[in-house]
Design a binder for this molecule. Structure first.
Ligand code: ADP
Ligand code: MG
Length: 387
């Protein structure tokens, strides 16, 4: 799938007014006096190729984004002021509208808010991949009224992620982890149709291990998902589960090594009262082998509670194998991208997706509301193109 209108399709931009939807929903840290600081500006930098290109073409560029979850009214702590300061350094000349979610019309996709947004603009560009799974006003509204195109970041995301669905180099392996099976059920089902093997770690492995009859102790696990996991394990696709685990004993606290609690290596059964916190070293080696003999690897979800240094071994090993393998490597998911950076391998990946929910939904469904809106807008453009 693509057929998305591109920046080059927009014709001359000299003196034209362009509304660019970006995803600057960056993590902020707040001082006691209420001032906010950007703790990671990756999402701002990711939009620079599009913003700078538009400036070079002589366009007047107005960017817009949501930030955090204000409930449709202005709130000082969600103001885009710190973003404006950073943007003024990185792409001087680009204006940034105030937080879209200060207006309830954004999430409600209110036509009146769309009218307000497009007023005074000639052209719309969507470079907010991470928000394109939402049918919000700024994502699906403007393409109905303005000549529209996909930005560089969005186009690259769609090219890579659609490529995984359409023509992956085989064997295609998906490595899944993270918190919950239920969060990712849709994408797991879809991936089982696409991949040659699924590798499962993280908290979600305990629901699968329980489905195999293993004891899970006090690990995170979802009783309501056990039946479904049994069916998946009986399907045609190879599913690799950990055969050893790192576990934390009673009294231990995740993220607080000083709180005590014993850490142990066990097999695939977690003792009563203990918590499974990481895959074990044997599984880390086995998973690394699968990654290193793949043609394509999609990684979503940490293998353990990597934020706690006692339980980062499995995620670190997978990160190292992702850097080592000759496979085409894609990382998706906010915490997984953070893990890739934490272990210093983000630059070794072929693609680190900037989306969370959007990444998984595009892999699962092959399309997103924001992409469909861009494709439908093609008739509004003055120039013709083949799709
Ligand atoms: P992503 O954002 O990459 O999609 P998730 O949000 O699904 O990933 O999950 C990430 C979180 O899962 C991490 O914060 C990690 O601490 C947690 N996690 C991984 N393994 C376990 C485990 N065994 N027990 C509890 N939490 C876990
Ligand atoms: Mg997450």
């Amino acid at each position: 799938m693509s057929g998305l209108p591109r920046l080059e399709d927009l014709g001359s931009l000299q003196g034209r007014s362009v509304l660019v939807r970006v995803d600057f929903n960056v993590p902020l840290s707040h001082g006691i006096d209420g001032t906010a600081e950007i703790s990671d500006d990756l999402r701002i930098r990711a939009a620079l190729p599009t913003l700078r290109w538009l400036l070079q073409q002589g366009a007047n560029v107005n960017a817009c984004t949501h930030l955090g979850r204000p409930q449709g009214v202005p709130e000082q702590r969600f103001s885009v002021t710190p973003l404006r300061q950073r943007l003024a350094e990185l792409a001087p000349g680009v204006e940034l509208l105030e937080n879209l979610r200060f207006n309830p019309g954004e999430t409600a996709n209110d036509p009146a808010f769309v009218t307000e947004l497009v007023a005074g603009h000639d052209i719309y560009v969507n470079d907010a991949f991470g928000a394109s799974h939402r049918a919000h006003a700024s994502i699906v509204g403007p393409p109905q009224f303005l000549a529209s195109a996909s930005g560089r970041l969005l186009a690259r995301e769609v090219e890579v992620l659609s490529g995984l669905r359409d023509a992956p180099r085989r064997p295609f392996v998906a490595v899944l982890g993270g918190a919950k099976v239920s969060d990712k059920l849709g994408v797991i089902d879809a991936l089982l149709e696409m991949v040659d093997a699924l590798v499962i770690g993280g908290a979600m492995c305990f629901t699968f291990l329980a489905a195999q009859g293993h004891r899970v102790g006090a690990s995170l696990y979802e009783d309501s998902m056990v039946q479904h996991c049994k069916q998946l394990l009986n399907g045609d696709t190879v599913i690799h589960l950990p055969e050893d685990l790192t576990v934390l004993g009673p009294g231990g606290v995740l993220g607080d090594p000083d709180a005590g609690g014993e850490v142990r290596q066990v097999g695939a059964d977690v003792p009563d009262g203990w918590i499974g916190t990481d895959i074990g070293p044997g599984s880390a080696a086995a998973f690394s082998d699968v990654i290193c003999s793949a043609g394509t690897v999609l990684w979503n979800g940490p293998m353990g509670v990597f934020e706690d240094p006692r339980f980062g071994g499995g995620t670190g090993a997978v990160a190292a194998a992702m850097a080592e393998t000759r496979a085409f490597t894609v990382v998706g998911g906010g915490d997984s991208a953070a893990a890739a950076r934490h272990f210093g391998v983000d630059r070794d990946m072929d693609h680190v997706s900037t989306g969370g929910g959007a990444t998984l939904e595009l892999i699962e469904k092959g399309d997103l509301p924001g992409l469909a809106a861009l494709r439908d807008s093609t008739t509004k453009n003055s120039t013709t193109r083949d799709s």
